[in-house]
Design a protein. Structure first.
Length: 228
């Protein structure tokens, strides 16, 4: 390469070395700020309506307890003529339609025999509890002939506590459960009736002792039983 070429080359190198070549840097933009539109607050639910008033079917005061000795005899099943059943039901509820009286008698005999419980005891229990009013509702919410509490319905297979057959069956089954709770006790019958009224747990916690109200309840039932 001659001298002119060398000079030209140097000029070219110096020219390009003076160029400011910036590296490519992609332009970074701030992410766009999306406008967040908040949902309007959910409307307040309307206030709950006041509870419907509860109307309790009146339970007529039962007639005086028979002035007889209480029947503390064993409570095994024994057949009771339907006319005897009819008399005790009518004594406590003169206005009950005969068709319903008949349903009570049939159910008491059927389930009493199934669970080996004296129908007279079952009738006396229902006379004391409801006066044979299938629609009776207590202030504590117990319903029907045997005054079954709602928390017992599932265990007793009750879907309609005002149904005579269901309530009688539930009454018999519940009393049978109480009798099994006290199997082997000499005063099984009294303990079972006390437990029907107050619950087995309460009676066990009381050491099998009864307050005056419970004692009167037991004797009322056993006096009615003796009169059938």
């Amino acid at each position: 390469m001659d001298g002119a070429g060398v000079v030209a080359l140097i000029i070219i190198i110096v020219f390009f070395s003076n160029l400011s070549i910036k590296p490519f840097t992609p332009e970074l933009k701030e992410p766009s700020q999306k406008t967040v539109v908040s949902s309007p607050p959910a409307p307040e639910p309307p206030p709950a309506p006041p509870p419907e008033p509860v109307f309790y079917a009146p339970i007529s005061p039962p007639p005086p307890i028979p002035a007889v000795a209480a029947d503390y005899s064993p409570a095994a099943y024994q057949y009771v003529e339907y006319d005897r059943m009819d008399k005790i039901i009518r004594k406590y509820n003169k206005n009950l339609p005969q068709s319903e009286v008949d349903k009570i008698k049939v159910a008491v005999n059927l389930y009493g025999r199934e669970k080996n419980i004296d129908p007279r005891l079952l009738l006396a229990l229902m006379a004391r509890e409801s006066g044979f009013n299938p629609q009776a509702v207590s202030t504590s919410g117990a319903i029907g002939l045997g005054q079954i509490m709602p928390f017992n319905y599932a265990d007793l297979g009750i879907t309609d506590p005002s149904d005579i057959n269901q309530n009688v069956k539930g009454t018999v089954y519940y009393l049978k459960n109480k009798m099994e709770d006290w199997s082997g006790y000499s005063n099984q019958l009294e303990l079972s009736l006390a437990s029907y009224l107050k619950g087995t747990g309460d009676i066990k916690r009381a050491g099998g002792q009864f307050d005056e109200h419970t004692r009167t309840y037991i004797e009322d039932i056993l006096k009615i039983r003796a009169s059938i």
